[in-house]
Design a protein around this ligand. Sequence first.
Ligand SMILES: [Zn+2]
Ligand SMILES: [Zn+2]
Length: 280
Amino acid sequence: MNLFQTRGCCFCPIASGSSGNATYVEADGDGILIDCACSGKKIEQALSELGTSIRNVRGIFITHGHHDHYGSIGVLARRHKIPIYANAPTWQRIRDDNTSGRHVTGKIDPDLIQVTDTLFTGPTVTLGALTITSFPVPHDCPGAVGYRVRLGGRTAVVMTDLGYIPRELEDEVLGASVILLESNHDTQMLRNGPYPGYLKNRILSNSGHLSNDAAGLFAVKLARGGTGRIYLGHLSKVNNTPGQALATVSRHLIDARITPNRDVELLVAQREILSAPTRW
Ligand SMILES: [Zn+2]
Ligand SMILES: [Zn+2]
């Protein structure tokens, strides 16, 4: 399968959900990963399916220090000498993570670690034709950010793991050509589901995760702002289904007289396999 010519632009979720997240963006042979929590081998395979290569990855950008976002960082940095970009609180959590009895990162060449001192936002970096900027998101992890990637006049956004969408954040994101937008849970499924009360409250809080309804309301704004494709991502395995997320977000779009897949493309980012790439 060769879904993507090396000379061109690509945006593609590789994995999305609480078991692991990774998104690939490439323009003219210069690529970046946003998060990298599936095995290094799986990421290499996914890139080769896209018709590109791990050798084209110029940087790994981490959104925050929750485990489902950085699992293969050490392997990728060591094996392929890929620089890591994160802000200080995020890097501190990753560096200190030894939950399995040993440090997740292992030994990484310090020259590969690009950490900013800015507390709440990460770096703005230009790699090849791509300009990458982070923006803070309300989530229960210090330093949590989303990323905006610019290529000429076009923008791609990754925005998952946030409890709500503050006004100033809307301004950062509206007008994006393509977005990976969190649609974590169906609120009724979560309320009636098996999670303990404290966890339900955490997910529902302003620093938790976006519901399908919240994603739907924002999808309307995105579509009106000219966004061409929305991937719904970071779906809960327990409190959501791809069908439920699509149905709820579609209902909000239709209520606003926007026709899904005519006025804006709507799809779910696959949990464990490569999603359909966007030529961007
Ligand atoms: Zn997450
Ligand atoms: Zn998180």
